[in-house]
Design a protein around this ligand. Structure first.
Ligand code: 13P
Length: 267
């Protein structure tokens, strides 16, 4: 069950959502050591939705380590078929059985290195929703696209293609991660204004395509060089509902600080 914002205390119905994308880092042992210490570091945080996305090999062990805590677990990808001859892939049911409640879909590294397209993002998103997993769908423009003034067109294409056939009810459950490719792993984060411009545009499109209620409930989080030093100025933006953190999430102190600095920022 995903935690809900307290409608009386919060001006927005969306709790901040902070996720760690560990990418291809951490062995099972390293991941479990982290998870056990991390759950203690954030145990009193009841106003942030917190998620760890370990590599597949460590998923089950991390899920066990954070079971019955306020920390959830995500896969980093899934295949859209239920099962079959798809060497190297894993299914939604495999993820849920291993303890995942979330799954990252369409990360730019998958788009760049592994041939992910808006069509495959769409198939994976529908499969995740059907299985009861919360998709964290990644979109974002390259530097060339930004420089050419194409950012909003790229986002429109990725949202339209990636979220095709979803119902409004399904769209409301989504987490959309705006991750400008030029900000990932570069140390150069989008400015709060750049992030808010993109996020507000995404929410406008969600409103047009799925209705006002879905647009209000959907979390739109930012990813790209998020650190303890810049999270507060990002999540204070009206449409920035949290962050998907790569490099800085590998250090549990830094990630716990990012979680704590995103708390109640919107009250
Ligand atoms: P960095 O935080 O290392 O820039 O990575 C962002 C990212 O890709 C999260 O999915």
């Amino acid at each position: 069950m995903r935690p809900q914002a307290d409608p009386i205390l919060m001006t927005t119905m969306r709790l901040p959502f902070i996720a760690a994308n560990w990418k291809m880092f951490k062995t099972v042992h390293e991941a479990v050591v982290y998870a056990k210490e991390f759950r203690g570091a954030v145990k009193d945080v009841d106003d942030v939705e917190i998620v760890l996305a370990p590599p597949f090999t460590a998923l089950h062990a991390v899920a066990e380590a954070v079971r019955n805590t306020n920390v959830g677990v995500a896969g980093q990808n899934l295949h859209w078929e239920r099962e079959g001859a798809f060497t190297g892939e894993i299914s939604a049911a495999m993820l849920t059985e291993a303890g995942a409640e979330y799954v990252i879909i369409g990360h730019s590294e998958r788009r760049t290195y592994f041939g992910e397209t808006d069509d495959t993002v769409n198939r994976r998103t529908l499969a995740a929703l059907t299985a009861g997993l919360t998709p964290i769908v990644c979109i974002g423009e390259t530097l060339d696209e930004r420089d050419a003034g194409q950012t909003l067109d790229v986002l429109d294409r990725q949202i339209k293609g990636g979220l095709d056939h979803l119902t409004a009810t399904q769209a409301a459950l989504l987490v959309i991660a705006y991750e400008p490719v030029w900000a990932i792993g570069t140390g150069r984060n989008a400015s709060p204004e750049q992030a808010e411009d993109a996020h507000a545009h995404i929410r406008t499109r969600l409103r047009q395509w799925f209705g006002a209620e879905a647009a209000e409930q959907c979390h739109i989080i930012y990813g790209g060089s998020v650190k303890p030093g810049n999270i507060a100025e990002l999540v204070v933006q009206l449409d920035v509902d949290g962050a998907l953190v790569g490099g800085a999430s590998l250090d549990l102190r830094a990630f716990a600080e990012i979680v704590s600095k995103s708390r109640r920022a919107k009250v």
